[in-house]
Design a protein around this ligand. Structure first.
Ligand code: PRP
Ligand code: URA
Length: 208
């Protein structure tokens, strides 16, 4: 499995503000979206391109454009929705699938409750969007469902990961690519990332 840790000064700066318990509401959402832009630039580094000839105001030249088949973005509800505007801003023609999963509070096992994937998954690069990779249960289930639906080229994009979650994905899906902003120390006994940022979905949508 390939794991890219962005380790970028802007990600560290924004993450510092995101982690702060005093950062709330629209600022929290804006910062998540901004980190999404930085992660999107890294996650899309290997997208295939094709040649396109254009006339600049000065001369004819060969350029590169994205291939004909649009990528697929799959935010994992709810927190993954925080990254979606950034990815759509950079790839406005991307197709969007939705996957509803929540962690059972006691067992921490992901419970699926919604799924709607676009066609031609097998031919498209698929980006799973979820800011939090904790035990890895939700991401592993998302990858399992997407593979069962035909996807083969899968990248998980997260802002924060726990070492436990990375190890779980390495065991379950060694063919997966992960792009992550930072790797934190460990999980606590309730499956929260330490030092972490708390519950991403609750902080994004004010449901704490
Ligand atoms: C959060 C987060 C991930 C999951 C990560 O979602 O957005 O999907 O937990 O934890 P894991 O790696 O241990 O599976 P949550 O289950 O809280 O759902 P919500 O965003 O709808 O609140
Ligand atoms: N989900 C979150 O939103 N935060 C964590 O720390 C772990 C799982």
């Amino acid at each position: 499995m390939s794991v890219h840790v962005l380790d970028h000064p802007l990600v560290h700066h924004k993450l510092s503000l995101i982690r702060d318990r005093k950062t709330a509401g629209s600022l929290f959402r804006a910062l998540i979206e901004e980190t999404g832009l930085l992660l999107a630039a890294e996650a899309t580094r290997s997208l295939p391109t094709v040649s396109a000839v254009v006339e600049t105001p000065l001369e004819r030249t060969e350029t590169r454009r994205l291939g004909a088949l649009d990528p697929v973005l799959v935010p994992v509800l709810r927190a993954g929705l925080g990254f979606l505007p950034a990815f759509l801003q950079l790839m406005p023609t991307a197709k969007v699938g939705h996957l509803g999963l929540y962690r059972d509070h006691d067992s921490l096992v992901p419970v699926p409750y919604y799924r709607n994937f676009p066609p031609l998954l097998e031919a498209r690069p698929v980006f799973i969007l979820d800011p939090m990779l904790a035990t890895g249960g939700s991401a592993s289930e998302a990858v399992r469902q997407l593979k069962a639906a035909g996807a083969v080229n899968l990248t998980l994009v997260s802002l924060l990961a726990a070492p436990e979650g990375i190890a779980r994905l390495q065991a379950d899906h060694p063919d997966l690519t992960i792009v992550v902003g930072a790797v934190d120390r460990q999980l606590n006994e309730k499956g929260y990332i330490l030092p972490g940022l708390g519950d991403a979905g609750d902080r994004l949508y004010g449901t704490a």
